[in-house]
Write a new protein. Structure first.
Length: 202
């Protein structure tokens, strides 16, 4: 044991991978540090390079919305207590390895999603999801009554060909759901006939 920067006590140890390592005593005693870090770097070679970059970018976004109070998304994540599990919080390599073991390669057009929106970014609670799947899984998705049938706001947006923000803003301004979905815009209000199928009359 020796004293390092800021007078923190450090352990020197031999990792299970055979390499020598150094880490703060409190990190080892609490279980936050479980390896030398070199073995994680070595294991990282099993992850395709393109996925390493994607997952490191994912981690930046996750950390930003969970821990940066200046983020526009912080109110939906960090402010609600959503956090990153300790091992993934401590190490970018651990995040890449852990998430890749959980969800594998990212399909085109998909992004990381928590299965339980009340849960954390942790093993067992992640998946790759499309935008529509994420919208359905979102804690702030609204349910709207369209001719006596309940639809999610994302479904209303899909049927009308409008952005969900447009529909939501129109309703906030006092428009009915039907008006919000059918008011004239610069594009055809029912491009593929979905509204007619749902019984909405223009």
């Amino acid at each position: 044991m020796f004293n390092g920067v800021r007078n923190h006590a450090f352990y020197k140890f031999e990792c299970s991978c055979g390499n020598d390592g150094e880490a703060r005593c409190d990190k080892i005693d609490s279980g936050l540090t479980k390896s030398c870090g070199h073995c994680k770097s070595y294991k990282l070679r099993s992850v395709p390079l393109w996925m390493v970059k994607i997952l490191k970018d994912v981690r930046v976004g996750v950390m930003f919305r969970c821990y940066n109070e200046n983020s526009e998304k912080y109110k939906w994540y960090g402010a609600k207590g959503v956090k990153v599990c300790d091992e993934w919080l401590e190490s970018a390599n651990a995040f890449v390895l852990g998430v890749y073991d959980e969800v594998g390669d990212r399909p085109d057009g998909y992004s990381i999603d928590r299965i339980d929106t009340n849960g954390d970014y942790e093993p067992g609670n992640l998946r790759w999801a499309s935008d529509s799947e994420q919208n359905r899984n979102h804690g702030r998705n609204r349910v709207l009554d369209v001719n006596g049938v309940d639809y999610l706001l994302c479904d209303c947006a899909r049927m009308s060909g409008l952005r969900h923000q447009t529909i939501s803003k129109r309703i906030s301004c006092g428009r009915s759901v039907e008006e919000a979905m059918t008011m004239p815009t610069k594009v055809c209000p029912d491009p593929v006939g979905n509204l007619a199928k749902a019984g909405v009359v223009f």
